[in-house]
Design a protein around this ligand. Sequence first.
Ligand code: NBG
Length: 808
Amino acid sequence: MKPSQRLQEIEDFKSSYIKKIQEVSGEYLAESSVLDQYQALAEIVMDKTASQWAKTRSQYDEVPHKRVYLFSIEFLIGRLLKSYVNSLGMEETVRIAMAELGLNYQTILSQEADPGLGNGGLGRLMACFLESSATLGLPFHGNGIHYKHGLFEQKIINGEQVEVADNWLRHGYPFEIKKPHESVVVKFYGHLRSERIDGVLTFVLEDYEPILAVPYDIPVKGYHNNTVNSLRLWSAEPVEEFDLPSFNEGQFLDAVRHKSEAEAITQILYPNDSQFDGKQLRLKQEYFFVCAGLKRMITRFKRYNNDCLDEFADKICIHINDTHPALCGPEMMRIFMDEEGLSWGDAWKITINSLTFTNHTVLPEALEKWPADMMKFLLPRIYMIIEEINRQFQEDLRLEPGLNELQINALSIIQDNQVNMANLAIICSHSVNGVAELHSKILKEETFNGYYQLFPERFHSVTNGVTPRRFLINNNTGLRDLITESIGTDWINNLFALEKLMDYQNDPPFIDQFNQIKLDNKINLSNYIKEHNHITINPDSIFDIQVKRIHEYKRQLLNALQILHLYNYLKANPHIDIVPRTFIFAGKAAPGYYFAKEVIKLINYIADLINKDNGIRDQIKVVFLANFNVTLGEIIYPAANISEQISTAGKEASGTGNMKFMMNGAITLGTMDGANIEIHEAVGKHNIITFGLSADEVTHYQKYGGYSSVQIHENDPRIQKIMRQLIDGTFGHLDNFQSIYDALLLYNDTYFVLKDFDAYTKAQDRINELFKDQNKWFEMSLSNVAYSSLFSSDRAILDYQKNIWKTL
Ligand code: NBG
């Protein structure tokens, strides 16, 4: 763009912005609040996006590409305003215009709520997939739930997690459009009546409880292109606002009761944290958005396909993200048979040919199982269809040679009076995949081995990815600009071009700039820590960071115990110098997960002990940042030197934080688990630090025994000391960590924390040595950026297209 054009654009923007502020607030710019300024910018951006949105829709209708509909109970989209501005190519214009108007762009951006419509990696992955698909120009839409309250806001009070309701809709949400005319009635409970219509046995649900599903659409804008896809979130409302007769009779409470019961369905996101939470309301949520999303999609499909469903599976792919939307299978069968009049056989063919399923965890406690009686009561027709799918499946199995009844039962959808949702999803889908190579291997060899034996061709693997727009381009602008100045702009559309960065590994000016950018990002995070935690951090220290949900398998405990040991070591050797280290943690524990909350408390108590002790000369600091969410992650990832990915091998399906850190030049300190293995392959063994048991070793111990944490404890005085400190009053007389002590020693350390302790401390020592050689460290860091292309969600989406959805 010519400079004169740019100037004109800035002037035009300023005048339309000033006008918009008056429209939204009735105030002149000078009198407007920051919230008004945010809302005005959001509206400008929405206006521009909306015209592209309509155009994208009509283009999709003209060219009949296969569409993918992604069903997920979580979408962790993060703040959107900056993404829209940048995707529209308005970044520079807005930044300059704001400065010229005397406004603080960062403060305006910070007015936006971060919608917490997910727990962690699963939800964020879906947001990355949406963004990548729009950037690749693919017809790909999300279907989820419009939770009124997202994941709780975490406060840390006296070292402990306190949960506060998240109210992201407090000031309204400017990026959604309510579409009441596309509402759907979802039916719960009731009785089934069967009748013969034209000789066909038909089921009709009577006396049901109707709930209105109302869609809210959020535009998903592609980066620097004209594609705008949709994320559709369904909200529950009563079918009739008020029960007027009750109200007239003066029974006000009765009249509003129905309203609040209906709205309860989408009131909150379950903070389930890989622990399966079997509440009836959650099952209602699952059916609610599946039913509404499918109904709308099928109605639309018929409208554009002469009311004919024959080509449905050629033109539509429905993706089941983890087991929560697994009712897609039986619900499609219900719609096709009961509403569209298809036979069982025809309905089944379309269903299985349209459905694909991704599993995201192997933890048994996270695999959903619903009491059959509950499902039968809540969803009588759906349950009946599940029984029939199961009956036919078992009948087919009996024709297979070599399968006995025991094996057939192990593959049943209904077991011990429970509906196994993973089994349901696998049986109804033509493709099943894991999210990293190791995870997919475990699915085939262990978790779903019985199905793999039957349908090997259904099983695939697609390694997760994250969007470089959010996690590098928009968010680490220093690094982005340095990359572009060095290798040109190709990498923005083709991340593989990043490998050209390796040409700069001996280029002194590049090295200086690269290091300076990391330092600036660390100073930025230090300022945040100073403001929020009142702790002063040395930006030259190693920033060693573990941010993710707090869970035993992710082993924040291993990290915490190692820090306690390091502290003991420094106390015992007061003249020893180490490279200063700042250990940073963030993450939420599910409210009912006592152990995880104890770990948060322990980290904060350790932090207190260490940060206050002048005797260790500020060589280590420990920080727990409250309320980890996408926005906080955006400050953290660019500032990291070390990315802690230390799960018990075999337990972390993939991890995606590891990719966000890597893209920003952090070095992974990890076990050979999840996508760490592929990161290891991509960067080479010299640019990652791995340690600990392998997944095979863990499985071996679990199957055949042979691990004794007590024995390890007996032989390691360092471990004896830290274990004693957990219970001897080190953290105050009233506060001890007996439950952690017991888990590790009495219950033999399920997650192998003590087993991996020695290897972990040695890995930490290596980091100490490596960091002293700043040239070496730079090379490692640069390699991580340069080889991060594999972990872009663009690559992941292309893999899905090619191997799973067959849309290429
Ligand atoms: C999570 C896994 C992570 C993985 C994400 C995205 C669930 C159920 N699973 O390892 O724990 O990176 O899914 O695939 O939240």
